[in-house]
Design a protein around this ligand. Structure first.
Ligand code: UDP
Length: 322
């Protein structure tokens, strides 16, 4: 199978590319390098510099005998999406429509889409299964949900089969060190913890210690990007075998609190993480965990790299020599 990985030079994308190459797929990466980097490209994959907002670039790439796509390109900072919804509408909605329309024109019928736990909004019960009501609390989550709705219509009307993967908290780095690029100006917890550990930032601010959780800090379901990568490979094989469209959670169902992440990091790296408690961040639910049984049933997927030890040490390997 020849797969076009759109956004394949990014953090998750590069781990997806590695997983597809491992399953002997032919891979072409299309990326505009706005947040992705050439450091994340694999020599075995072809590379096209291009943008999802440029219909002709997408169409030309799809016409190179592509059998299916993985669509990861887009904007992903929840906070920014509330301040600049226009940017998110353009990239995460217009960009996706461009890709879907080009797929129809090029007769490409298989798509894996990167969605998010942000589609659910405030949990009514835990762990969240795919039947949980969807009510995003951020514009970012809204764009992911709308995309899933577009996918359903394009399936019904144009026969595009899709697997939408709702990631929980993506963390970790390739354990063999094959992904070399670090995200610039990271917004997520673990990279910020690492930057505090090496003195790149003064301290971590922990957003809220008065949540109704075991230690008062928020609980999240952290999933290693290598596990996310293997799910994409399995999802492509599933569609290639004639599978129907699916929406699947990708998580571990194990929740870890912010303080547990900090303590475990200190234990593994043998350094203190300077931190302080700060006010809650708007829109943060106390706890988010995934029920990922459906991904196991449908794809035979399981998280096998996502223990905290592995997540933290693979991330530390990237930061310790900066
Ligand atoms: N968090 C924090 N300080 C930070 C960044 C994140 O306390 O500088 C907390 C955040 O409130 C959440 C958890 O860490 O409970 C994970 O946040 P992240 O932004 O990584 O992912 P999210 O859960 O928002 O998708």
């Amino acid at each position: 199978m020849h797969i076009l990985v759109i956004g394949g030079a990014g953090y998750i994308g590069s781990h997806v590319v590695k997983a597809l190459l491992k399953r002997n797929m032919e891979v072409t990466v299309l990326d505009n390098l706005s947040t992705g980097t050439k450091l994340n490209l694999f020599p075995q994959a072809n590379f096209i510099e291009g943008d999802i907002l440029n219909y002709d670039q997408i169409l030309t790439a799809l016409k190179q005998n592509v059998d299916g796509i993985v669509l990861l390109a887009g904007k992903k900072a929840v906070g920014e999406s509330m301040e600049n919804p226009m940017k998110y509408a353009l990239n995460n909605i217009n960009g996706v429509i461009n890709v879907l329309n080009a797929m129809v024109e090029a007769n490409v019928k298989k798509a894996i889409f990167s969605s998010s736990a942000a589609v659910y909004g405030m949990p009514q019960y835990l762990p969240l299964d795919e039947e949980h009501p969807v009510n995003p609390m951020s514009f970012y989550g809204f764009t992911k949900l709308e995309t899933e709705r577009f996918l359903k219509w394009y399936d019904q009307l144009k026969g595009i089969k899709f697997v939408s993967l709702r990631y929980f908290n993506a963390v970790g780095y390739d354990e063999a060190g094959d992904v070399k690029g670090l995200e610039e100006n990271p917004q997520n917890l673990l990279p910020i913890v690492m930057e505090a550990a090496i003195g790149k930032r003064e301290k971590l601010k922990i957003f809220g210690n008065d949540y109704p959780t075991r230690d008062g800090t928020c609980i999240r379901d952290y999933i290693h990007v290598t596990d996310l990568g293997s799910a994409h490979a399995l999802a492509l094989e599933y569609l290639d075998n004639g599978g129907e469209s699916q929406i699947l959670n990708l998580g571990t169902s194990i929740g870890s609190s912010v303080l547990e992440m900090v303590n475990k990091t200190e234990e593994i790296i043998g350094k203190k993480i300077p931190y302080e408690f700060a006010p809650r961040r708007a829109g943060d639910p106390a706890e988010l965990t995934a029920k990922a049984d459906k991904a196991k049933e449908v794809l035979g997927w399981e998280a096998t790299h996502s223990d905290l030890e592995n997540i933290i040490s693979s991330t530390w390997n990237m930061y310790k020599n900066l």
